[in-house]
Design a protein. Structure first.
Length: 318
């Protein structure tokens, strides 16, 4: 059963009518209502396009968090072959919020790293809702080291509300682990491509996103803090998250305009959750195109390009 967001209520009502008419038409003695069905379906698609052409930042945030949106595990199962998970940081343990390993992508070997939120209650608890502990970022660094050793590209898929903020994470060096992940990304001598697939929030995202190219799904969000966190700090009121989202510039077009991301992967009308296979196919095509651009560059050129890319952020207008 489809999950509709609050602002999609008109679509939900239309789709409910369509389902009701389809059930009637499916009966042997059902009325001939094909013309009415066709009109309602056309109206539903038209209204969906209209709603999604006018999304504000807060509504985009809701789409980015949609429970049916493709997760890292979906990307692994769909666009990669022969994925072999590599667990543990060789220091403390294995963090299930960050999954990584070796895989085949379009005929080439790659290292895959990303956040997994989980879809069911059981899986969400297992993966800590995609909020990584320090060992997750240390695992990511270990995988980046492996990629450089064997000269294979790194592909990362941030999707997190932020790194785990609890006492245990702080005791085990959360900030240092994120910094090491960012530093290792910048120093890699192999192509490194990031795709923000849902939420790319805070250092929790940048710890695996210091890449040569940073792409975003059309309805993903990317920022130094979540709208709720920003509202709590600036407005002293988390309920003003909508106002914060509008002020922060967290949507893909806004980030592309400021050159914080390098490209946007278009999603099906109504978001990736409405047609996950098509959305992931578009993502694979975009990643492949970027990898082809980077694969001819030397390690020194890759490092220089990556560092300059991040140093250039914010220079405009200075």
């Amino acid at each position: 059963m489809a999950t509709y967001l609050e602002f999609e209520k008109p679509i939900a009502e239309l789709d409910a009518k369509i389902a009701e008419l389809e059930a009637l038409a499916a009966r042997k003695d059902g009325p001939l209502i094909s013309d009415e069905l066709a009109k309602l379906k056309t109206k539903s698609v038209k209204q969906l396009k209209q709603i999604y052409s006018e999304l504000n930042a807060w509504r985009v945030t809701q789409v980015a968090r949609h429970p049916d949106r493709p997760h890292l595990s979906d990307f692994i199962n769909t666009i990669f072959e022969d994925f072999e998970e590599l667990a543990g940081d060789r220091v403390f343990g294995n963090d299930e919020a960050i999954i990584g390993g070796l895989a085949r992508f379009k005929g080439r070997s790659v290292v895959v790293i990303g956040h997994e939120k989980g879809r069911t209650t059981e899986k969400r608890l297992k993966h800590n809702f995609g909020m990584a502990h320090p060992e997750g970022y240390r695992k990511a660094v270990r995988l980046m080291d492996l990629a450089e050793k064997f000269n294979i590209p790194v592909l990362s898929f941030p999707d997190t509300a932020g790194a785990y903020p609890g006492k245990g994470g702080e005791e085990r060096g959360q900030a240092e682990a994120i910094a090491r992940g960012t530093q290792r990304g910048l120093s890699l001598g192999v192509p490194f491509v990031t795709l923000i697939i849902g939420e790319g929030m805070s250092g929790g995202a940048i710890g695996i996103a210091a890449a040569n190219r940073v792409l975003m799904m059309e309805y993903a969000i990317y920022s130094v803090i979540s709208p709720e966190g920003c509202a709590s700090i600036l407005y002293r009121d988390a309920t003003k998250a909508k106002d914060a989202a509008e002020a922060m510039g967290i949507t893909a077009p806004e980030l592309l305009r400021h050159k914080i991301v390098d490209g946007i992967v278009k999603e099906p009308v109504g978001g990736a959750h409405r047609d996950p296979q098509r959305a992931m196919a578009s993502a694979a095509k975009a990643i492949d195109a970027v990898l082809q651009e980077l694969e001819g560059m030397s390690p020194a050129e890759l490092r220089a390009q990556r560092r300059e890319r991040f140093y250039a952020i914010g220079r405009e207008g200075l």
